[in-house]
Design a protein. Structure first.
Length: 394
């Protein structure tokens, strides 16, 4: 017998009354598990991190120091600038070192007093400042610039905080044999192999020149060696730059993969940022109720209520010194009925004027003055109201 059910089956047969209603028999529900077709349980994919990280997720990770940063890019530019400055200042550096070496050896036979040793030491410090500091300062500036380019201006102490998990040997082994560590190992091996290959190709052609150095004087030999070293260095740096660019792209991709979120995490973050929709709805409802109560408290101050006559109602007030009549309240349907009810309680005149009521309702918000294009129509209504009030008083 083949099992034809395509959903997970119950662990025991259902009661006969359910089976009769569904039109199946218990023996049809008891099947060999090897015959059950493969079933996708979509709930298992709820935790899959398939969504791109949100800006908040990236910002939180940035505060923790989890950003895309390639150490290879730093190394490549530091080497490039370091050797470039050395190449530009080579004549200057070599001249200063040679001159001070001659000076040093010419004064070795002099007095070995404290003053003489201090003078030699100060001379060495000055020589280092003149020759080494330009190179070191350039390397420092470039290193900082590349870091800022990769991660921006960021100060994070998250990585410096002591954590007991870092002392756990099990966690330590986990980090050693993690996917990232294995990738870094293969990257290092690949880098060594590639750079070693280029060094071999270059030095293989240059080693034949070594025996010729015995025929050169010292300055000529040093200049030749310097040319060989600089040429080799720039070739290797070119290879490192290519690998650094690839590593930077990989680090950005890997960081994005590490920060990816599940659908549930995105929903939770949205709720956290925007607030629970139900709570927000209740807050808005409460705000509308409070605004409505404030508006209704203003209705007794009105001079007239302009109606549509049943669907719309607008409460107007005009006192001496006002620039224009003021809309105290407005509403439609039930709100309009409530405005008219309050008006009757306080003996406020209700005037039916469909065009003016609709124009005021659509053009003027509560608390605003009547626009100039409605001055004449509203003035006529107010004049009528004042006339009625005058008659009552008389």
């Amino acid at each position: 017998m083949q099992c034809t059910q395509t959903f997970p089956l119950p662990s025991k047969p259902l009661p006969p009354e359910y089976n009769e209603e569904l039109g199946i028999r218990n023996e049809e529900l008891v099947c060999d598990s090897s015959q059950i077709p493969f079933v996708f349980d979509l709930q298992r994919f709820d935790g899959e991190k398939t969504e791109e990280p949100t800006s908040k997720k990236r910002e939180d990770a940035r505060k923790k120091g989890q950003v895309a940063r390639s150490q290879e890019l730093n190394t490549a530019f530091v080497l490039l600038i370091g050797f470039l400055i050395l190449r530009i200042l080579w004549e200057f550096i070599y001249g200063n070192i040679a001159a001070y070496t001659v000076y040093l050896y010419s004064h070795l036979s002099n007095s070995t007093s404290t003053e003489a040793i201090s003078e030699l030491f100060i001379g060495i410090m000055i020589l280092l400042a003149k020759t080494v500091m330009p190179v070191m300062f350039s390397i420092l500036i470039v290193g900082l610039a590349i870091n800022v380019y990769q991660v921006g201006l960021m100060v994070s102490t998250e990585k410096l905080e002591p954590k007991l998990d870092n002392l756990n040997p099990i966690n330590g082994f986990g980090r050693i044999f993690s996917k990232r560590s294995i990738v870094e190992l293969f990257k290092s091996l690949f880098k060594i192999i590639v750079i070693g290959y280029f060094l071999y190709l270059y030095l293989k052609d240059q080693l034949v020149l070594v025996p010729q150095f015995i025929f050169f004087d010292l300055p000529h030999s040093l200049a030749t060696i310097a040319d060989i070293i600089f040429t080799m260095a720039f070739q290797v740096i070119g290879v490192i730059m290519i690998m650094a660019a690839a590593d930077y792209a990989y680090q950005k991709w890997q960081t994005t993969q590490d920060l990816k979120m599940s659908k549930q995490e995105v929903k939770d973050e949205f709720k956290q940022m925007e607030g629970d929709p139900q709570i927000k709805g209740k807050i808005k409802q409460k705000q509308r109720q409070m605004a409505m109560q404030r508006m209704m408290r203003e209705v007794p101050k009105a001079d007239v209520i302009v109606t549509n006559p049943t669907h719309l109602a607008v409460a107007l007030q005009y006192k001496k010194g006002m620039v224009a009549p003021l809309v105290l309240a407005k509403g439609q349907d039930l709100v309009a009925e409530k405005i008219k009810e309050i008006a009757r309680e306080h003996h406020i005149l209700i005037v039916e004027n469909k065009p003016v009521a609709r124009a005021l309702f659509e053009a003027v918000e509560v608390g605003e003055n009547v626009p100039s294009e409605l001055y004449q129509a509203v003035a006529e209504i107010l004049a009528y109201v004042y006339k009625i009030k005058h008659r009552k008083v008389a």
